[in-house]
Write a protein that binds this ligand. Sequence first.
Ligand code: GTP
Ligand code: MG
Length: 451
Amino acid sequence: MVDKKNLRTPIVSVMGHVDHGKTTLLDKIRGSSVAAGEAGAITQHIGATEVPIDVIVEKCGNPSLRERFVVPGLLFIDTPGHHAFTSLRSRGGALADLAIVVVDINEGFKPQTIESLQILKRFKTPFVVVANKIDRIHGWNPVPNASFLVSYNKQAEHVQQYLDNKFYEVIGELFNIGFNADRYDRIKDFQHTIGVIPISGHTGEGISDVLMVLLGLAQKFLEANLQYDASGPGVATVLEVKEERGLGTTVDLILYDGMLQKGDTIVLGSLGEPIQTKVRAILKPRPLSEIKSEEKFQQVDKVIAAVGIKISAPNLDGALAGTPLRVATAETIDKIVKDIKQEVDAVHIDTDTMGITIKADTIGSLEALVNELKKEEIAIRKADVGDITHRDIVEVSAIEESQYSVLVGFNVKILPDAKEKAQLSNIKLFVNDVIYRLIDDYKDWIEEQKE
Ligand code: GTP
Ligand code: MG
């Protein structure tokens, strides 16, 4: 058995289509209600919530679990529906150890559900699918916070049948994307079959099952990967760069390895030279609270992976979401600066060769788009982070070959003056928040041009 002390908390990304219930599910898990306070119930920022194993065990109502599981808890990351999971990147892969894909059982699969699953497939991340909002099924008789099976067995037969039909549609959709799936309680081998759990984020039905399956996946697939050196230099991913009153520019990050202390020298990515600075303050959300409500922060001198924290430090302007942040010493700093620069440069393309121009909201989403375009052998001239500006339009409209006079934007806005300029030029603009839509639209357009 692995030593408990050296296992870090697994990072669980909650993914899925807009409004299918990601935030509500997390709320229910932590017993708060952030979604109710959100403007239009849309999550504006990425939050992280640590749920200690004791809380999970209590929710599952089975104290003997405490002995069975050695992970210290689960760290949930809520990614807004319009925001790609890919922002949660770590070098050459995904930051998340596990994922939950939320799908509204009444609506079925949507583009972002499919995109989430494709990303998980590419990164080989273990995950569960939750078929949410079962309480909306006509005639549903809720049993608050019960395990799904307990509740299911209390439903009328026609209600069960309706749920089964909807449920098999989800299984069918998963099969179409290349996943074998079944109801979680019928699965013996989670390695080859994806567990699907009908739940309600409102009534809490099925949530204990979700936690149990996640713990099982963590234990089975991750134990070796979760071992780490708690006293080693910290390694993190920047989730968000934010201006905070009284603090200046701060970064929200997920520390996934080692330790971070006040006063540490850190290096983090930007589009130019990596930023070198010293940690002024570490702000930690209180247990079971959300990273975005500042009044809930407490200052700490030291944190150990895995945690979601905010730091303040001088010179954070220009820091880039999705890039690494690492603790450096006099001996390691040169190498770390070089590595981080290389990592950012690999994604942030700027060449003289012929190709299309692309923009994305974060370095992670840019990386995902670059990878997909390369797979399709679509040439890229320039790949950059940020909204589409007037200058982008001017640059692209100077390109004569029509197939390259193209701007592809993923998760970005077209700024007003850029929009005006674009209408006057002959460039082709593709903007979407689903990668495969962008690629399909571009390919369709190229075909049309040939005809
Ligand atoms: P984004 O962050 O915008 O991507 O959405 P989300 O996936 O976080 O969805 P959210 O949790 O904000 O829920 C969207 C709406 O669905 C809200 O009005 C919720 O109250 C509602 N909702 C979520 N889960 C359930 C559920 O289990 N049952 C019912 N009836 N409504 C739900
Ligand atoms: Mg949300």
